[in-house]
Design a protein around this ligand. Structure first.
Ligand SMILES: NC(=O)c1ccc[n+]([C@@H]2O[C@H](COP(=O)([O-])OP(=O)(O)OC[C@H]3O[C@@H](n4cnc5c(N)ncnc54)[C@H](O)[C@@H]3O)[C@@H](O)[C@H]2O)c1
Length: 251
C-alpha cells in the first residue's frame, strides 16, 4: 500500500516506525531540513497521518505499509522509491516494540522473539535493503534508534534491553563495514521520551521502573540528534552511541 504526495526534492530519507511518536517527530524535522520522506510503518492509518502532517508543513513524501522484519517487502519499497524518487541517502531505523514487563525467569519466549524480530531483525533488514545502493553511489548515512537500554539493565524488560544492546552491536559492526565506502552508521540512545511507548511500559510496570529518573525528553529532542547525525556536520562521526537522556544514565 502506497500513499504519495508533494513534489520530490533532491534526496530521500527513509524513516521506519513513522506512525509513532519519535518517527513522526523525526519525519517532520527531516522534512524541514529539505529531505524527501519515505515513511514506513505497519500502521497504515497512523503513517498516512504522518504523511499528511509532513505535507501540511510543506514537506514531501510517500507512505508505505510494511513490516520491517520482512526483507522482500522492505527491498521492494527501496527499489520502487529509487526508480522514481531521489536516491535514499538516509535510513532511520526507528520502528520498535517494547514487549512486556516480567522477571527474566518467566519472560515469555514468544514475546522475546517478537521483540527481537522487530527491533533487531528489522534494523538489520533495513540496513541490508539500503546499504548496497548507498555503497554503489558512495553516499549515505544510517541512524539506528536504540535506547539507553543499549547500555544499562532495566528491571523486567529482558526482551527490550537485550534487543537494544544488539542494535548497538549491529550499529558498531555496520559502521566498520561501511567506513571504507565513505558511509556512516550511528545509533541514538534516547532515555524515556514522552509518548505512547513509555505510557505502556509505565502501565505494565506500575510506574516503578522509571522512578527517580530525569524528566522525559520530547520527541523533538531525539529528532534534533537525528538531524545532526544526518548532516555533513557529522561527517567524522561513525559508529557512535549518541545518548540523549538529560543525564538520566550518566555512566
Ligand atoms: N518512547 C521512548 O521512551 C523511547 C526511548 C528510547 C528509545 N525508543 C525507541 O524509539 C523508537 C520509536 O519509539 P516510539 O516511542 O515512537 O514508539 P511508538 O510505539 O510510538 O512507535 C513505534 C512505531 O513502530 C511501528 N512498528 C512496530 N512494529 C513494526 C513493524 N514490524 N514494522 C513496521 N513498523 C512497526 C509501530 O506501528 C509504531 O508506529 C523505538 O525503537 C523505541 O524502542 C523509545
Amino acid at each position: 500500500m502506497e500513499t504519495q504526495g508533494g513534489k520530490a526534492t533532491a534526496r530521500s530519507a527513509l524513516v521506519t516506525g513513522a506512525a509513532g511518536g519519535l518517527g513522526r517527530a523525526i519525519a517532520l524535522r527531516l522534512a524541514r531540513e529539505g529531505w524527501s520522506l519515505v515513511l514506513l510503518d505497519a500502521d497504515q492509518a497512523g503513517n498516512a497521518q504522518t504523511l499528511s502532517l509532513v505535507q501540511q508543513n510543506a514537506g514531501v513524501g510517500t507512505a508505505f505499509t510494511v513490516d520491517v522484519s520482512n526483507p522482500d517487502a522492505f527491498s521492494a519499497v527501496v527499489a520502487q522509491v529509487e526508480r522514481k524518487s531521489p536516491p535514499i541517502e538516509l535510513l532511520v531505523n526507528n520502528a520498535g516494540i517494547e514487549g512486556t514487563v516480567a522477571p527474566v525467569w518467566s519472560y515469555g519466549l514468544d514475546v522475546f522473539d517478537a521483540v527481537w524480530n522487530v527491533n533487531v531483525r528489522g534494523t538489520l533488514v533495513g540496513m541490508q535493503s539500503v546499504l548496497p545502493g548507498m555503497i554503489r553511489r558512495g553516499r549515505g548515512a544510517v541512524v539506528n534508534i536504540a535506547s539507553t537500554s543499549a547500555i544499562r539493565g532495566r528491571k523486567g524488560l529482558a526482551g527490550y534491553v537485550a534487543s537494544k544492546h544488539a542494535v548497538l552491536g549491529l550499529t558498531r559492526t555496520a559502521a566498520l563495514d561501511v567506513a571504507p565506502h565513505g558511509l556512516r552508521v550511528n545509533a541514538v540512545l534516547p532515555g524515556p521520551v514522552r509518548g505512547a511507548m513509555i505510557e505502556r511500559i509505565d502501565a505494565m510496570a506500575g510506574g516503578v521502573e522509571r522512578a527517580g529518573q530525569a524528566a522525559l525528553a520530547e520527541p523533538a529532542d531525539i529528532a534534533a540528534m537525528v538531524a545532526f547525525l544526518s548532516s555533513d556536520e557529522a561527517r567524522h562521526i561513525n559508529g557512535g552511541a549518541m545518548v540523549v537522556d538529560g543525564a538520566s544514565t550518566v555512566l
